[in-house]
Design a protein around this ligand. Structure first.
Ligand code: GAR
Length: 216
């Protein structure tokens, strides 16, 4: 099967982007990362991508008068790279409903909480404040509402009594690096599809393995 062409959109560090790039190096991975686009020219992830000789583009949102004009150039870059799927990886910019519709069921995002709990920013603080005993991360199809959309995959980690937002974030980030490539592979291979507003996984994956490998 032809590999799906994926653009990864970032705003900062880009560790999830690195996890996707690493996974996509496997010959049987059903997707290839054809371009990395950052809305911040100084994003460390962009520097990393350039060093790896990936196509790496900065589209500085501050240089645009409106969200729409930014998204016109973004769309142009995605079309130029002949992209099939968009993977948001720490891309901290809201998209207009029009742009989200253009990429309906072809754009995915990772969020560092077990959605629908703890949307938005400061998710780890929110989790600690709520006193939950299990936290985690979610990969979902993007919908116009922030941090919402059909859930493709989730991974859970324990919350420990001594956790700070930083220690919890680090534990969840490890899980993100496992679950995001897993979810991208499911979508790119056509094994995860939207049926209504839920995702159906055609072929059983060993969810236990994903969870066990990420709980630490
Ligand atoms: C990740 O934890 C990701 O889940 C989060 O930003 C971080 C980016 O890290 N995304 C969101 O909060 C989106 N709502 P990275 O740049 O090292 O991948």
């Amino acid at each position: 099967m032809k590999k799906k062409r994926v653009a990864v959109l970032i705003s900062g560090r880009g560790s999830n982007m690195q996890a996707l790039v690493a996974a996509a190096q496997a010959p049987r991975f059903p997707a290839e990362i054809v371009t990395v686009i950052s809305n911040r020219p100084d994003a460390p992830g962009l520097t990393w991508a350039k060093r790896k000789k990936l196509s790496a583009i900065a589209l500085d949102h501050k240089a645009y008068r409106s969200r729409q004009s930014f998204e016109l150039d973004l769309q142009q870059a995605l079309e130029t790279a002949n992209v099939d799927l968009v993977a948001l990886a720490g891309f901290m910019r809201l998209m207009t409903p029009g742009f989200v519709e253009l990429w309906r069921d072809r754009m995915i995002n990772i969020h560092p909480s077990l959605l629908p709990s703890f949307k938005g920013l400061h998710t780890h603080e929110q989790a600690l404040e709520a006193g939950v005993k299990i936290a985690g991360c979610t990969v979902h199809f993007v919908r116009p509402e922030m941090d919402a959309g059909p859930i493709i995959a989730q991974a859970a980690v324990p919350v420990l009594d001594r956790d700070t937002p930083a220690t919890l974030a680090a534990r969840i980030l490890k899980a993100e690096h496992v679950v995001y490539p897993t979810a991208l592979a499911l979508v790119a291979s056509g094994k995860a599809r939207c049926v209504g507003e839920k995702v159906v996984i055609d072929q059983k994956i060993n969810v236990k393995n994903v969870l066990h490998s990420t709980v630490c």
